[in-house]
Design a protein. Structure first.
Length: 423
């Protein structure tokens, strides 16, 4: 497609103003909806992708389904136009750039930025999964960052419709997708579901935190071997953040987090922490480790990771840091201990033991507020109930996977704008 010498109007109401990106399956334009007087993004599909009436009806049906999603982190679908020789998708215009472009320019992102983007994408996936929609093409070029840095996930569901016809153009036994973000089940041609999207999310998290995709192999056999070897190590990344990221990349879907909402809650815990809290958590670790606790080896099977909400763990660690500082400073005068760390009475030995029991059973630290003011008997009952609750949560993490959706397809484009840096 060539650039128009002057603004061009399609379907009687959309005035094309500037090409945002160009790819193998579509071009994306910044445009104006003259009927509603608002800016939009127009994705002009290459006609061979929807060659017949059946394909066009399927695309329209997918578009209507995606249009039902209403979430701030999902690019809204306004219309699907398939009634002439210029099929088009009319979408919300996101002013900014794709995550793909930001990573290419800046490399690895700061932890809080990566966690915030990861949380927003995970929340978008959770909303779609609740409606029975699986994205199947989660990757940086499908994540658009607005001018405030908030993430918006594009191309929900539409990839499924396009792939049904794209497969006719490929050889039997071929799979359409981007290798670095393709899940093992997609590569094997197996059934996909919500946890397929969690794998893609894990690949995006890995790249945001390390500056590179998790898998460099492009050939299918080499990629399958890389998947079978397990998630790559992340030695320079916060251990807890590396753990949740690598769990998303588990080869078997059943070993990944139970749902996208869980990943979102964990990422929110990191993105809401200020640097002082992160430092406090790191310093607290040697003070609160249970006597028989051993560090989690980097090679531990992903299925064994502890599913404990990170925000709660971080809060507990910070509280225990204060408690530990008080105990360490018990022999000093108040003038030698910072005012916000002075405690009138030390914690009783039985309370310390309860905290150790909780840490050993749940892999997290006990928030002192949970037992503050309780008698020993009541505190023991409270901690026992909390241990039972975290055991139930860990058991629930092993539940099965469900749902299915459509697969993604396309080439990455360039530029900024509608957040559609690919097609």
């Amino acid at each position: 497609m060539t650039e128009p010498s002057q603004p061009r109007r399609i379907h009687g109401r959309y005035l094309l103003e500037e090409r945002i990106s160009r790819g193998g399956s579509a071009d994306v334009w910044r445009a104006r909806d003259e009927e509603l007087d608002r800016p939009v993004a127009v994705k002009l599909l290459h006609p061979h992708l929807v060659p017949d009436e059946r394909a066009r009806l399927r695309l329209a049906a997918e578009g209507r389904l995606v249009a039902s999603l209403d979430h701030p982190a999902i690019v809204r679908m306004y219309d699907v136009l398939v009634d002439d020789d210029m099929p088009a998708l009319i979408m919300e215009l996101i002013e900014g750039e794709s995550l793909n472009l930001r990573l290419a320019r800046d490399g690895a992102l700061p932890v809080r930025a990566a966690a915030s983007i990861g949380a927003e994408v995970a929340e978008a996936l959770a909303e779609a999964h609740r409606h029975g929609i699986v994205h199947r093409d989660v990757k940086p070029s499908n994540i658009l960052l607005d001018t405030d840095g908030h993430a918006h996930l594009a191309d929900f569901g539409i990839a499924h419709s396009l792939e049904a016809d794209a497969e006719r153009l490929t050889q039997t036994g071929m799979v359409v997708g981007t290798p670095a973000y393709l899940s093992p089940e997609q590569l094997a041609g197996s059934e996909v579901g919500p946890r397929t999207d969690i794998f893609g999310l894990g690949a995006v998290l890995f790249e945001m935190l390390t500056g590179r995709p998790p898998y460099a192999a492009m050939a299918p056999l080499l990629l399958a071997e890389a998947h079978a070897a397990g998630p790559p190590a992340m030695p320079d990344v916060d251990p807890a953040l590396a753990e949740i990221t690598r769990s998303c990349l588990a080869t078997a879907p059943s070993e990944r987090p139970p749902d996208a909402g869980f990943v979102a809650a964990t990422m929110r815990g990191f993105s809401s922490m200020n640097p002082a809290e992160r430092d406090a958590e790191t310093r607290a670790i040697p003070l609160v480790s249970a006597p028989d606790a051993a560090p989690v080896p980097d090679h531990m099977p992903v299925a064994q990771w502890r599913r404990v909400p990170l925000a709660a763990a971080a809060t507990g660690l910070l509280a225990v840091l204060v408690l530990a500082a008080v105990m360490l400073g018990a022999g000093k005068s108040a003038a030698e201990v910072p005012g916000d760390l002075v405690s009138p009475t030390p914690a009783p030995a039985w309370a310390t033991q309860l905290a150790a029991d909780y840490a050993d059973a749940c892999g997290a630290t006990l928030d002192p507020a949970q037992i503050d003011g309780l008698s020993r008997a009541d505190a023991e009952a409270q901690v026992s109930a909390l241990i039972d609750a975290c055991g139930t949560a860990q058991d629930a993490a092993g539940e099965g996977d469900g749902g299915n959706g459509g697969e993604g397809n396309g080439d990455e484009g360039k530029g900024k704008g509608n957040g559609k840096g690919r097609d």
